[in-house]
Design a protein around this ligand. Structure first.
Ligand code: UDP
Length: 494
């Protein structure tokens, strides 16, 4: 639809497209949602970005998002209380606590906002399309009840969304979940598309529960019901990468928009619309302070020589696990850059607990930081491998950068992602359910030495496809264009 036609519609209906973006209050989803918000802003559509207080505080403390978004007259931040008293971003063990508090405290405020408040039809600029996180079922239901078109944004991986979220009712009905017996290697045959790939141990972590009344299972079952009722579904992938699951998913959610790698598409669009010769390309949305000195440390290393170690924003490890992984990395003899997020080692540790034979080589060839500019790190030519917890954003960022992975999944979609990395995309080693120094050392050596050529070739191939997808004629660019058109169409039909 061209601009004139759109203006005609607006003139007739009096409703200008106005999108409300509402991410769940965690680093990964907020980062993605901000990128999506900026892409939508660039198309001229009004965007309100709703954050909970808990995540908004550290976001504005550690980034320049306020000034960055200030240049869009069609963008505004709004916050909503969540009743959370933790001062800092929390780890994954408190995920359900955050979700419950946000729903209890935020839901009534949210409903008031969209029914009679500053986002409602009574306001000057009503919200015409809502884009909540796909697991904010209360927001999706509120949108449906108030007849506001809703497009869900799911930031977990499509392979997990398909196998373990949308098909959780199928898995339960087929008797595949809860597991009977303890054979975690049994293939899961009830989910179409992944029958030869996914074993019990590769389903999302909550599928290992014996108790179907656990809050996390209830949350996912709710999502499995609400998402197909929405007008659309946005996901962070590209068509080729998830060719195994997308055709199946589209039977349930026909308007699915794969617009990934989102961070690459976002960067490309920002660069394209600037007139500056050397545009700024580091756009931090981090809720911890980024330590950029590690980039200078990387500059001193030869190409593909360094292993990057990070477990993201929610995962944790025990001191025993830390020591095993540390030994594995040190014994591989590769230089390493390791992110040790504050709070990520359960109970903390001091150096007296760590054997000297780890500390010495760490001084020689290691760099440890609290939080890194991960996209820039992965894009640095010195990085040859990524020991990751297999969070979806980290996985997509690594794929886009052509960096092979060593996967040590922690929870939720990470078990599925690591399986796809090892078995479907063939760009790394899945260490799932093990944490042993020799396994770590061998995995690092496989990726960075013995099987380096094979992994690098596959990783380069996927990186090229990722790049094509965000190019002018690429599938993710086309999907973004459809999304923008559909937002305008849905707004006009209100
Ligand atoms: N991240 C970062 N710096 C770090 C570690 C992580 O900027 O030192 C970012 C990373 O680039 C990714 C996000 O944090 O975008 C982590 O999201 P992911 O889905 O991988 O895992 P989660 O933290 O949600 O478990």
């Amino acid at each position: 639809m061209d601009q004139n036609h759109q203006n005609d519609i607006v003139a007739k209906t009096g409703l200008e497209p106005h999108v409300l973006i509402f991410p769940i209050p965690f680093q990964g989803p907020v980062n993605c949602a901000l990128k999506l918000a900026e892409l939508i802003c660039l198309s001229g559509i009004h965007v309100t970005f709703l954050n909970t207080d808990h995540i908004h505080g550290p976001l504005i403390q550690h980034t320049d998002v306020l000034s960055r978004f200030n240049r869009y007259p069609n963008f505004k931040f709004q916050t909503i209380p969540d009743g959370l008293e933790h001062e800092k971003p929390v780890s994954g063990d408190l995920f359900m606590e955050v979700m419950a508090a946000t729903e209890t405290v935020g839901k009534p405020v949210f409903q008031e906002m969209i029914v009679s408040g500053n986002l409602s039809r009574r306001s000057e600029r009503p919200v015409t399309v809502m884009i909540p996180d796909a697991c904010f079922s209360f927001a999706i239901e509120a949108a449906i009840e108030t007849s506001i078109p809703v497009i869900c944004f799911e930031t977990v991986s499509p392979c997990c969304l398909w196998t373990s979220y949308l098909n959780l009712p199928t898995l339960i009905q087929a008797g595949d979940v809860p597991f009977k017996g303890d054979d975690l290697d049994q293939l899961i045959t009830s989910v179409p598309g992944t029958e030869h790939v996914i074993r019990r141990r590769d389903l999302a972590s909550f599928c290992r529960s014996n108790d179907l009344s656990e809050p996390v299972i209830e949350l996912i079952l709710k999502e499995a019901k609400t998402v197909p009722r929405a007008n659309g579904l946005i996901i962070n992938t590209f068509e080729e990468l998830d060719a195994l699951v997308l055709p199946h998913m589209r039977k349930l959610c026909p308007n699915t928009y794969p617009i990934g790698p989102l961070h690459s598409l976002h960067k490309a669009r920002l660069v394209a619309q600037t007139t500056q010769k050397a545009p700024k390309t580091n756009f931090s949305n981090s809720v911890w302070k980024e330590d950029r000195t590690c980039l200078q440390w990387l500059d001193k290393h030869s190409p593909k020589s360094v292993i990057f170690v990070s477990i993201g924003s929610l995962a944790t490890m025990t001191v025993e696990q830390l020591v095993e992984i540390w030994y594995g990395v040190v014994n591989s003899e590769k230089p390493f850059l390791w992110v040790r997020r504050p709070g990520s080692i359960i109970g903390g540790y001091d150096e007296s607990q760590i054997p000297g034979e780890l500390l010495e080589p760490t001084k020689e060839r290691g760099c440890i930081v609290d939080w890194a500019p991960q996209e820039d790190v992965l894009a640095h030519k010195a990085i040859g491998g990524f020991l990751t917890h297999s969070g979806w954003n980290s996985t997509v960022e690594s794929i886009a950068a052509g960096v092979p992975m060593i996967c040590w999944p922690y929870f939720v979609d990470q078990q599925v992602n690591s399986r796809f990395v090892g078995e479907v995309w063939k760009i790394g080693v899945d260490m799932k359910d093990t944490c042993d120094r020799l396994i770590v050392e061998n995995a690092v050596r496989d990726v960075m030495e013995t099987k380096k050529n094979m992994f690098t070739e596959c990783a380069d191939n996927w990186a090229n496809l990722a790049k094509e997808s965000i190019g002018e004629t690429g599938s993710s660019s086309a999907n973004l264009a459809s999304l923008i058109n559909d937002i305008k169409r849905l707004s006009a039909s209100k």
